[in-house]
Design a protein around this ligand. Sequence first.
Ligand code: BGC
Length: 500
Amino acid sequence: MGRAVVGVAVTVAVATCAVAALVVGRRLRSRRKWNKVASVVRELEEGCDTSVGRLRQVVDAMAVEMHAGLASEGGSKLKMLLTFVDNLPNGTERGTYYALHLGGTNFRVLRVQLSGQPSSDLEHEVEVERQPIPEDVMTSTTEDLFDFIASSLKDFIAKEGDGLNISHDRRELGFTFSFPVKQMSVSSGILIKWTKGFSIRDLVGRDVAACLQEALTRKGLDVRVAALVNDTVGTLAVGHYHDPDTVAAIIIGTGTNACYLERIDAIIKCQGLLMTSGRMVVNMEWGNFWSSHLPRTSYDIDLDAESPNPNDQGFEKMISGMYLGDIVRRVILRMSLESDVLGPISPKLSTPFILRTPFMAAMHEDNSPDLREVARILNDIFEIPDVPLKARKIVVKVCDVVTRRAARLAAAGIVGILKKIGRDGSGGITGGRSRSDMKMRRTVVAIEGGLYSKYLLFREYLREALNEILGEDIAKHVILKVTEDGSGIGAALLAASYSS
Ligand code: BGC
């Protein structure tokens, strides 16, 4: 009897130990897998460091590269392209002008009616038609691309009623072409290279405005290409039209770039060019900026290596809407490979660019207590069902780290420009005056692009970094103004200023 009791007790004890060991083992395994994911995120955070000290190094590097790019052709990865725009619209423009805008996610055709008086409501004088660019057109031939563009304009004009105030015998248009172009004049220029996933080989090295002009003629349209402008330049034109304190324009959308007004004598490489106003807008092509101070991770290196343009557009690949979603996808894939907190590895995680940035932003900005939107997007896009709340929170953190870095780097870029033109508050300090009590001029920067205008957290991070780098006293004089369709409307305004 006694022996039987002991036997039972031993069996129970052994079973209890086994269950305990199982529970402990499971907990340990679970802790280990969460630890692995946590270390992926920690490593990402360290790699994406944008402390204010580092941002200041980026600011300095940007200003130095700007000088180098202005000094000689090929002097820097920053191309600092001449635009031949030496006068910005001021409101005296009159008549009806058109604009075509190619370069982002959508293609746009628009018509602007200008009264000859500055209008605070210019946007209401504008008729716009947008359409997504068919993917096959992005990689087709020059002729297909320009026939698509010219047909869109033809359809647009065909829908017009009478009563338009067209001040010339023929219609005139501004062409916003948002890629790096070496301009020969305000209305001509050759494509240097493609960016943002476009690739039509036979257009590189050719005059983009002439190709459009030929296509317009093929379609029987009597329309003259009066201005060929980068989207940044169009945005600066509209910004300046509304507010003459506007000195620079930034695009943060599918791609990213900046332009600003530079003194002619500072553009060493164009010595001898006579411009009437003593200034010229310079298209920086800052997407190609590079510096060893940029916080680069293994995800950036892989994304670059697998992109159609490796070693190119390094700054753009850390900042713009075309790429942010894909950086996040790469981190989620790595988390999945290291641990099964997201369940079995979904093959969708290996599909490049499957997570578009607007969906990443939607996950980042999901305010629901159970992160329902995050779960839905992970399920719909990656086919990963039932992700536990703890893992959803980690995904949100990843989006946060990637976006915060992007926004802060863009802020450093902006301060780099301000530094170059002496608007960062560091110049002009006279004997004994502190940085905070010197005079800082009101400085407006026009900004356009969906990543900035539609992504609140991005905007907040950018502003916060600007304040940190400049200090509140200086930063309060720097105004960031969003423009809508500015790049297109600005091209129409420039067509008016430079019309025949
Ligand atoms: C292009 C720029 C353009 C920017 C924003 C970049 O990829 O190189 O010319 O301004 O995207 O659209």
